[in-house]
Design a binder for this molecule. Structure first.
Ligand code: SF4
Length: 473
């Protein structure tokens, strides 16, 4: 069904025609979804809308959903129901002849994967990933009572987002790739995001330069399977390393970070680029399992041994490198021995953080049809073991930064009663750092600025901040 086709069912006669309209967002899932929400929010702002917190009164609530696991499905449904409840409560306060002015927009991968059900349910307006970048135009045109331009209905535009303003955070996310052709046996993403598609190199560089010119000091390249980025230019096939190199050479004063990366296309050139002065020493490299047998069954396109070689190369080139990862536990057929391989592997590699998912059945995937599904209880126990290990290796990594000088980009600063500011931001290896700044600065003036901080302590707890003191740059 074309985007916008069921919008006619929503009466917006009570919308605030003279005041500016209000929009709220709820985002589930990956960094790409977050980046897309930020860009959509910016699109609405440029059309005169106010962005308000989720839960406040709003004309439109956009739920940017996720379907990567059953838990993500549950959270997406719960966010949708919460948005619908808010909308209904507001309708109750309208006069008797009043009709709801609120609109709940469901977009993202859960919406794509459950489109028919959601449309039959009729309580939300569903916009697929293909049309997500057009949400500001579609909704604004609808609220103005305008006929939607026909070309929007058929346009697939995965990169047509405006550069996000600093509404939610200080880092600019630049989407360079969408979709995936890998079809890992557990993954629903190729079905809901579609086949792999790469943003043209020149356009990606232009957006990076725009972000730097707009004042962003950190730029993150994002995509569903970014290392598969490619462009055919003349006779040559440009690959991910070409894109990264071009972005590093883009004009502007910024540092570059890579969003999550699949290991199967990491080559020597990319590893060399990780030492570039503008590049941050951090990579989220998706492992999923440390067992060769399970990786094969997942149809991952690398081996655990190959992954370990990449990790070794990164650490050899860049001391203090922060390697983080994803691990799925309880994949069908994963034996105790296979799981022990994963634990040993993760322990040996000493990840700075492990994001753990219990395997979750997704209808339509090959893994769903495999034998040897584990009970939820077994998956929970294995997930807990990986979480405990992650906590331990994270602490070892963070302790290894004691005494180092980190360049910290401040995300927020709070004025303390005794006069100084407490600032918090992220170091280049993507570890949170807290420190004090003398009161000669205002909180606003230090936000989005770099400080050199000597690390003196590590907080207690599961996800500890580093604590430090400012030193001359
Ligand atoms: S690489 Fe595999 S896990 Fe990642 S999006 Fe593609 S199919 Fe899914």
């Amino acid at each position: 069904m074309a985007a916008g086709s069921n919008l006619a069912g929503y009466n917006t006669s009570h919308s605030r025609l003279t005041e500016s309209r209000r929009i709220a967002f709820k985002t589930l899932g990956c960094k790409l979804n977050q980046a897309e929400t930020e860009a959509i929010a910016t699109g609405f702002k440029s059309l005169g809308w106010d962005v308000v917190d989720f839960g406040s009164s709003a004309d439109v609530v956009v739920v940017n959903s996720c379907t990567v696991t059953n838990a993500a499905d549950r959270k997406s449904r719960s966010a949708m129901n919460q948005a619908i409840r808010i909308r209904s409560n507001e309708s109750d306060m309208l006069p008797d002849d009043g009709e709801s002015s609120g609109l709940v927009v469901m977009t993202g991968c859960y919406a794509d994967g459950h489109r028919e059900k959601l449309e039959a349910d009729g309580r939300t307006y569903v916009v697929g990933n293909d049309h997500k970048s057009l949400i500001p135009q579609l909704i604004d045109a609808h609220f103005r009572g305008e006929i939607l331009p026909g070309h929007l209905e058929n346009k697939r535009d995965p990169f047509g987002y405006p550069l996000a303003e600093r509404i939610f955070r200080t880092r600019a996310m630049v989407k360079v790739q969408d979709g995936c052709d890998n079809f890992c046996t557990f993954c629903i993403i190729p079905f809901v995001r579609g086949r792999g598609i790469s943003r043209p190199l020149d356009e990606a560089v232009m957006v990076v330069e725009e972000a730097a010119a707009a004042g962003y000091r950190e730029i993150v390249l994002t995509g569903v399977n970014m290392s598969r980025w490619e462009e055919i230019r003349d006779e040559d096939r440009l690959g991910f390393a070409d894109l990264v190199e071009a972005c590093l050479n883009a004009k502007g004063d910024f540092r570059l970070r890579l969003g999550s990366v699949e290991p199967d296309r990491i080559d020597g050139r990319l590893l060399d680029l990780m030492t570039h002065p503008k590049m941050t020493p951090h990579m989220h490299l998706c492992l999923q399992s440390g067992s060769e047998k399970v990786l094969l069954s997942m149809r991952r396109q690398y081996t655990a041994a190959g992954f370990e070689r990449i990790a070794g190369e990164l650490r050899r080139r860049i001391p203090g490198f922060n390697l983080t990862t994803d691990v799925i536990v309880g994949f069908p057929g994963e034996s105790e021995d296979d799981f022990a391989d994963t634990l040993r592997f993760c322990d040996r590699l000493g990840f700075g953080h492990i994001h753990t998912f219990p395997y979750s059945r997704r209808e339509g995937t090959r893994a769903d049809r495999m034998d040897g599904h584990l009970s939820d209880a077994d998956k929970k126990i294995r997930a807990e073991s990986v979480r405990n290990l992650s906590e331990a290796t994270k602490r070892v990594y963070r302790n290894s930064l004691l005494g180092t000088i980190q360049e910290v980009l401040v995300e927020r600063a709070v004025l303390q009663p005794y006069g100084s500011l407490t600032a918090r931001g992220f170091s280049a290896p993507y570890v949170p750092v807290k420190f004090s700044i003398p009161s000669t600065h205002s909180p606003q003036s230090v936000q989005n600025s770099f400080f050199h901080v000597r690390i003196e302590a590590v907080e207690p707890g599961e996800d500890p901040d580093l604590l430090g003191v400012v030193v001359p740059g």
